[in-house]
Design a protein around this ligand. Structure first.
Ligand SMILES: [Zn+2]
Length: 510
């Protein structure tokens, strides 16, 4: 971040006086000085690149130029239509190889590419399916015939259904159709997103449906653990070394219908993270931000915050803090929960908050105050903060308090807060060097990679030609700097990241 020093202002003023006295038009040196001053303000503007980094930056700028001049510029298009173009971009390929540090805003039910769920989970024994009246599906694992549900067909054993389809020669390709149908049910993908999702409410409705489809699969206790392990593997594969997961810690179920509580889910997360880091020693780990739906009432919120405090006390290594989830516009504002959220401080207990706030364009509503209230409740980071640019005082507060925004470009576009990512408010915030990290929110639902697609959209869409390798370097360092890791671990993690970074720079120059 850069603040204008008295020296900067004096230099510009002297140049102005000199120019005024000679009456020869704007001085090119003054112009140069202003361009440099502006460049120094943006994210990464104060990072000095070494010789090798400068070489890579030169290469990167040429690659960017190519994407900028293409007939179709991906960040200006809906991600569902732009994805195939991004996948072919050499900038994207470089970003995939780049060590990205941490993913700090990702949800537990949307980490794993849905292909994995269909191929590895729906083929397991005892998987039942029913078809709802809204043309979607529900899954459940059970040792016997499950009890029927309202608004759903009777449960069919998926294995029998597949066998029946295969036996019917007239429907040889139906298995592929059924696989595709499940994949469609588990994501928001559609060829024509503007027609399918004419409003924020329609896309959020579809979002909730996709979540419910995954819910029956992922909350089956053995799948819950495998899913998390696979999620970490997919993030690791995208060159991420640490993840903070917004997790509902749902009640999970066993084949005989026995239920496991939140404590079981937390312990399962801890076990999986330990197992994963033992198998992949250069992966730093993962921590959990316990979340609850913002539709709950005040009494339920008190109970939930108490639960969060207990989990934080019992699992200090893995439990990072607390947050609310769900569509902000339809949920209750943070201020409604003030009694519950004041509990930790009243009781002298530390419970860090990581609030989603400002994921809205409903200006002046109660929900629009969530950004201010998040800061009043000392949030550690702000999830999205899309509305921040319209709140100058809150913006100033977040900068002074060094509370970063977790910016998730694809999520904001798919959920209809912005259509052309060049118009995303984070473009202005990053031009001012406001603290930000880039994250992916629900990559599996959007058909995106763990983090690389979001990095592409932010790097190309928010910055155009003005962002450079220094921007990327600051963003990846930010991801660890603003993580919830203890300070010593954080310091070491940044050192490890910088070693990976140098290796990436050298290899990209070959
Ligand atoms: Zn989120």
């Amino acid at each position: 971040m850069h603040t204008v020093t008295l020296r900067d202002l004096m230099r510009i003023w002297m140049l102005f006086l000199w120019c005024a006295s000679c009456n020869c038009g704007p001085d090119p040196r003054k112009r140069e000085a202003l361009i440099r001053l502006e460049a120094s303000r943006r994210t990464g503007g104060n990072i000095t690149l070494n010789e090798r980094e400068k070489l890579l930056d030169g290469k990167l700028q040429k690659l960017k130029q190519h994407d900028m001049e293409a007939r179709q510029f991906p960040p200006s298009m809906h991600f569902f239509k732009a994805k195939h173009l991004i996948d072919q971009s050499p900038v994207f390929s470089l970003l995939q190889k780049m060590p990205k540090g941490a993913a700090l805003h990702v949800h537990d039910f949307a980490m794993v590419g849905v292909d994995w769920l269909v191929k590895n989970v729906t083929y397991r024994e005892n998987c039942y399916v029913c078809f709802t009246h809204e043309q979607t599906v529900r899954f459940i694992f059970s040792s016997g015939q499950p009890a029927s549900r309202p608004h759903c067909s009777s449960w069919t054993l998926l294995r029998s259904l597949r066998e029946k389809i295969i036996k019917s020669s007239a429907f040889l390709d139906r298995c592929c159709i059924i696989k595709l149908y499940f994949i469609r049910n588990l994501t928001l993908f559609t060829e024509d997103p503007d027609r399918a999702y004419p409003s924020q409410d329609t896309v959020w409705k579809r979002f909730k449906q996709a979540f419910l489809v995954a819910y029956g699969l992922v909350t089956y206790a053995p799948v819950f653990k495998d899913y998390l392990y696979e999620g970490l593997r997919q993030f690791y594969e995208d060159n991420i070394m640490y993840v903070e997961i917004r997790a509902l810690l749902p009640v999970t179920y066993e084949l005989d219908g026995k239920l496991n509580n939140k404590d079981w889910s937390m312990r399962a997360c801890q076990d999986v993270v330990r197992r994963f880091t033992a198998n992949y020693p250069d992966f730093l780990g993962a921590r959990v931000i316990f979340t609850v739906h913002r539709g709950i009432n005040a009494a339920e919120a008190v109970k939930t915050v108490e639960e969060a405090m207990t989990l934080h006390r019992n699992y200090p290594d893995i439990m990072a803090g607390f947050d609310f989830v769900g569509q902000e516009d339809l949920g209750r504002p943070l201020w409604y929960f003030k009694d519950a959220l004041s509990l930790p401080e009243d009781r002298g207990v530390n419970l860090p908050y990581f609030f989603h706030a400002g994921e809205t364009d409903s200006q002046g509503t109660d929900v629009d105050q969530n950004l201010m209230d998040a800061l009043l409740f000392n949030t550690t980071r702000i999830g999205h903060g899309f509305a921040l640019a319209r709140h100058p005082v809150v913006k100033e507060m977040s900068r002074k308090m060094d509370v970063p925004l977790e910016v998730c470009p694809i999520s904001n576009q798919v959920l209809k807060l912005v259509s052309d990512l060049r118009d995303h408010p984070a473009a202005v915030l990053m031009a001012e060097g406001h603290p930000v990290v880039i994250s992916s929110d629900d990559p599996a639902l959007f058909g995106a990679t763990a983090l690389s697609h979001d990095f592409y959209e932010a790097f190309m869409g928010f910055g155009g030609m003005s962002f450079n390798l220094g921007t990327l370097k600051e963003l990846v360092i930010n991801s660890l700097r603003y993580s919830s890791l203890p300070s010593q671990t954080k310091k070491k993690a940044i050192e490890v990241l910088l070693v990976k970074w140098d290796k990436f720079v050298s290899e990209s120059l070959l």
